[in-house]
Structures are given as C-alpha cells and as structure tokens.
Design a protein around this ligand. Sequence first.
Ligand code: SF4
Ligand SMILES: [Zn+2]
Ligand SMILES: [Zn+2]
Length: 324
Amino acid sequence: MIIIYKMDRLFCECGEKAVYLDNNSGISYCKKCFLNYIYKKAVKTIKHYNMIEIGDKILLAVSGGKDSIVLVDIMGKLAKKLQKIKLFAVTIDEGIEIEGGNYRNEAIEYARVITQKYSIPHKVVSYRELFGGSLTEYVKANVYKGSACSVCGVFRRRAINLIAEELGANKIATGHNKDDEAQTILMNVLRGDLERILRLNNISEEFIPRIKPLRRISEREIAMYAYLKGYKFQINECPYSHDAIRDKVRDVLEQVSTQINGVYDALLNFQDKLVNYITIHQVTLNKCIYCGKPTSPKSKICKPCEYKLEFTKKINYIHSNESL
Ligand code: SF4
Ligand SMILES: [Zn+2]
Ligand SMILES: [Zn+2]
C-alpha cells in the first residue's frame, strides 16, 4: 500500500507548517524544528560514543559533498558553543580528470565557502603533491588491477592522516551517514569479514582516532538539512565510482526498510554490540621500510608506498621506452 502524504496538510508540533515527515516515527517537522532535531541528534551521537573531549583538535575531512558540508555546519556550530575544541578542515584533491577540467574543483569551492563561514582553517592537498601523481595518472599507469577506488581510498586515508599530524590534530571527523554505515556493515557481513566489522581493518594506518558524528543521521535527513540551509554541494558522481556490490546492498536495504522499521539502526546497533562483546588483542605492527609508518605485521612496505613504487617503476618504464 502506498501512502502519499501532502506536506501542506501536515503540521509540526510547534504549530508551523511541516516541511519534513519522518517515515519511521510519523513525526512531521517545520524547518526550524527539523534543523534543531538533526543538530541535537548529532550531538547525542557524539555524546553516546564519547567522540569529543574538551581540548580536542579535530580535523574535518571535507570532500565538498552534502555529508561533509553538513558535518562542517554541525561541528562549526558545536565548536562555537563549546569554545574549547579546535577545528581544522582538509579537502583532498585526487586529481580526477573530467571533460573540461578537474572533478574536485567545484567541491573545493563549496568546502571553502562553508569553512570560511565558521572561520575554520581549510587546507587543500593533492595526490600529486603527496604521491607524485594524480589519481588519473595512477589509473592510466594501471598501478592497481582492481578499481580506482582501491588506490584512492588508501591514498586518502594516508593524506588525511599526514595533514592531521602536521596540524597536531588528535581526531579526524568524517561525514559518513547512517545509510553509508549500514551498507558497509551489511557488505562486511556478506563477505564474512569480521575484522572489518570490528574496525580492525585499518589498524596499521589509523593511529589518529576517527569520529563519525553523522553516523545516526540518514542520507535523506542530511540532504534535507543541506537544502533547508541553502548550502551548495557537489552532486556529480566521481567518474570512477562504480561499486556494484554496494549498489545492490543499497537497493536491498531500501526495499527491506519499507517492510521493517529501523533496519539501518539495527545494523549499526549490531556492530556496536559486537565491538563491545569482543576483546581486541593488540597486534605488533611492522614499520614501513620506506616511510617509517606502521604497516601490517605481514608486510614490510605500507600500501601507499607500494603503490608509489609501482607507479614510479611504470612511469620510468614508459619514459625509457619513449626515448628509444
Ligand atoms: S569514487 Fe572512488 S575514485 Fe572517486 S573519489 Fe571516491 S574513492 Fe576516489
Ligand atoms: Zn516546528
Ligand atoms: Zn611506507
């Protein structure tokens, strides 16, 4: 049965006309109450997971998409209120060539606008500066046989960590929303990847703790929040984005959520409970022989260095062939 709600017939508890209906709870909100509700939900998430302490220096990872723009808005507001946390922001320019220029340029501008609004120092760093080549050059050199996202993910994590270290940040905040989180958990269940569910997968890379203040806010709520605030954000998808499994998992979750209320939260609760039940044993990590960063006990070279070496080898090979 499809129920069509006419928003102009719905009213918020405060008596104002509603602009948003929460399908799960059946509660409708006017603009002011909706923005307040989302801000409070993020603050509740931060408290629940003890994400922030007084004195924290937090680096916000701002891609310029809707999630990260809303992250800056909420964290900027919270920092003004608390006064005792310091925020920085970074946008990573992957160097993704598209017709007429660089894919990330538009997003960098949106990130600049919102960080300026909250007087948050904002840095832009590129893969070319840090890893000797743009993502498109890495893709053309065919450094990794999998998807471009595999190289991109490894480089992004390293780039953000390097900037956090440079700025003296003790935490990194990302804009992952509830839909992203639930999809990732379900994908890891389907792969039987307990290590990832327990968040052990990035142990070699991520010594600076990551926080996700929007992890209990749905994608729909975030889109509405950004729209009501009048923020511009990058809409166009990255030309390399293609994750067939995630697309399927997204569809399954969307379908199931029409039959079962609260499946997204149930998946997040499942992960939280599992993490609490299982004692995590410390592992001794190796140091990368090239950059000195921690790497998995099984390898001597960290992933970013491995890709960089492979890229340099291929580029040198291409140049030596060209000069023949
Ligand atoms: S879709 Fe993949 S390649 Fe594109 S920015 Fe995201 S991780 Fe990088
Ligand atoms: Zn209201
Ligand atoms: Zn290394």
